[in-house]
Design a protein around this ligand. Structure first.
Ligand SMILES: Nc1c(C(=O)O)ncn1[C@@H]1O[C@H](COP(=O)(O)O)[C@@H](O)[C@H]1O
Length: 164
């Protein structure tokens, strides 16, 4: 039996998937059910509006939206859903993702998008887990273990410094 997705990962094009996959991998690691699909504000505006409007009633609790270039997708989805939207600026060949970053981060007051770093889909996945973990003790425990793992790796790497 597959569980109902609680995180929706959307992206402007399938070409964004190599970047966005990092968010999916984190959610898989935390056993958080997600769905991933292409939803473009520019190329399929009506579908994008439907996706955003139906997201909460379909059971989604967080949306991760990635896009490159003139990245209007995260902000437009945030405009039509009350769910938290995490924006991932996807770097393209030109401008190194600065265009996408600025398109996503400079939202007008009233319509928030939690923007992660350029190409920062891993942190988008972790942020989604933290949002869900605020009201879910199991996920919160998993996140605490994950953080402890980061500490142990950092300490281990520090120990190895003297051995070089
Ligand atoms: N920024 C957007 C939107 C949108 O914001 O609605 N739709 C597609 N795109 C972006 O166009 C780039 C090139 O897409 P193609 O590789 O399909 O030409 C992708 O990074 C996509 O996210």
């Amino acid at each position: 039996m597959t569980s109902t997705p609680v995180v929706g990962i959307i992206m402007g094009s399938d070409s964004d998937w190599p970047t966005m996959k990092d968010a999916a991998d984190v959610l898989t690691e935390f056993a958080i059910p997600y769905e991933a699909q292409v939803v473009s504000a520019h190329r399929m505006p009506e579908d994008m509006i439907s996706y955003g409007k139906q997201a909460a009633s379909r059971g989604l609790r967080v949306i991760i939206a990635g896009a490159g270039g003139a990245a209007h997708l995260p902000g437009m989805v945030a405009a039509v859903t009350p769910l938290p939207v995490i924006g991932v600026p996807v770097p393209l060949k030109y401008l190194d993702g600065m265009d996408s970053l600025l398109s996503i981060v400079q939202m007008p007051g009233g319509v928030p998008v939690a923007t992660v770093s350029i190409g920062g889909a891993k942190n988008a996945g972790l942020l989604a887990a933290r949002i869900l973990g605020a009201s879910d003790e199991t996920i919160r425990g998993q996140l605490a273990d994950y953080q402890e793992g980061l500490r142990e790796v950092a300490i281990e790497k520090g120990r190895n410094l003297g051995k070089r």
